[in-house]
Design a protein around this ligand. Structure first.
Ligand SMILES: NC(=O)c1ccc[n+]([C@@H]2O[C@H](COP(=O)([O-])OP(=O)(O)OC[C@H]3O[C@@H](n4cnc5c(N)ncnc54)[C@H](O)[C@@H]3O)[C@@H](O)[C@H]2O)c1
Length: 303
């Protein structure tokens, strides 16, 4: 099938592109390479180096006539969204709207959107399911919610969608230089035997899901007929200290962690219920933390 992946040079998108190509699909990528890395992207995919909010996107749709659109391109750094909320509006709202209207016009069979459980549900005492009222607390969160709402609105006009709300995704190719992606950050620092800072004194709880499981969820969602919002996570609450210990064991790191108070805007506890993913897609997370961390560390060792 003809697949369009936005953000296909990014962390999750590049893995999705690899998998789609392996399955024999014809894959095109729209990515402005702002945070993506061309080295990650398969040479078998055709790259359109443009912004998703650009009027040039129209020509891309006319040329490739995509049957399925996986929309992953985003400005996804919370701190950056606070400093420059207009950038989020351009990329995450205008860009998403540009893709939605063109997808409708070209009768795309399925529009799969990457959203975020952490951002939508905020702090959660128990596993958050999709019916928990959403309460984004940052410009990034508002822009992702706006994307979701536009998608739901245009479903009245025939847009077929899956909105996937991920927990914290980790794996090879994640950028260790950003604010997010604590697994990549620890992996890089530990392999260089540098000190690791544990904000919130190592107590914040997250749900870490391996990138290959997220890719599988995207592909399963692209084949699903129903319009749904679906959480993609493991449901396993893991503290930053537990994460630190697991990665220390794998890397042989022996330094003590540096504890610091939690940073503004960070969540204390967030983990997701993936029951709906199992019910509607037949999806469940397959990679346990130890295995996923080993694969990730091996990649960082080689790269
Ligand atoms: N990584 C996570 O833990 C996580 C969690 C929840 C949701 N998400 C969502 O998943 C998606 C992919 O995240 P990722 O971690 O792979 O991020 P990433 O930054 O690695 O990838 C995003 C890609 O989009 C491209 N891009 C950015 N702005 C663009 C624009 N205006 N036009 C065209 N391309 C543009 C970047 O160059 C990059 O290649 C994002 O939508 C993100 O919000 C990620």
């Amino acid at each position: 099938m003809r697949m369009l992946v936005t953000g296909g040079a990014g962390f999750i998108g590049s893995h999705l592109v690899d998998k789609l190509i392996k399955k024999g699909h014809s894959v095109s990528v729209v990515d402005d390479i702002s945070t993506g890395n061309l080295e990650n992207m398969s040479k078998d995919a055709k790259l359109y180096k443009i912004k998703i909010e650009s009027p040039k996107l129209k020509k891309v749709y006319e040329e490739i006539k995509p049957e399925i659109v996986f929309h992953l391109a985003a400005q996804s750094q919370v701190n950056r969204s606070v400093d420059n909320p207009v950038l989020d509006v351009r990329t995450n709202i205008l860009g998403t709207l540009n893709l939605i209207t063109l997808s409708l016009k070209h009768k795309v069979k399925k529009f799969v959107f990457s959203s975020s459980g952490g951002v939508m549900y905020g702090n959660t005492e128990i596993k958050a399911c999709e019916d928990v009222p959403v309460n984004p607390l940052s410009p990034y969160g508002f822009s992702k919610l706006a994307g979701e709402q536009y998608i739901k609105f245009y479903s009245q006009y025939g847009l077929k969608y899956s909105i996937l709300r991920y927990s914290n995704v980790y794996g090879p190719r994640q950028d260790p230089n950003g604010e997010a992606g604590v697994v990549a950050i620890f992996a890089k620092l530990m392999l260089k035997n540098k000190p690791c800072i544990l904000y919130g004194f190592g107590k914040p709880i997250r749900d870490y899901v391996y990138v290959e499981d997220v890719v599988r969820a995207n592909i399963m969602a692209s084949q699903e007929k129903e319009n749904e919002i679906i959480n993609i996570g493991t449901g396993i609450p893991t503290s930053v200290k537990e994460l630190f210990d697991l990665i220390s064991n794998i890397t042989g790191y022996s330094r003590s962690p540096v504890y610091k108070p939690i940073r503004g805007g960070e969540l204390n506890k967030n983990f997701l219920d993936w029951g709906r993913a199992e019910k509607t897609l037949g999806w469940k997370p397959k990679t346990n933390l130890k295995k996923g961390f080993e694969k990730t560390i091996n990649w960082f060792r080689k790269n």
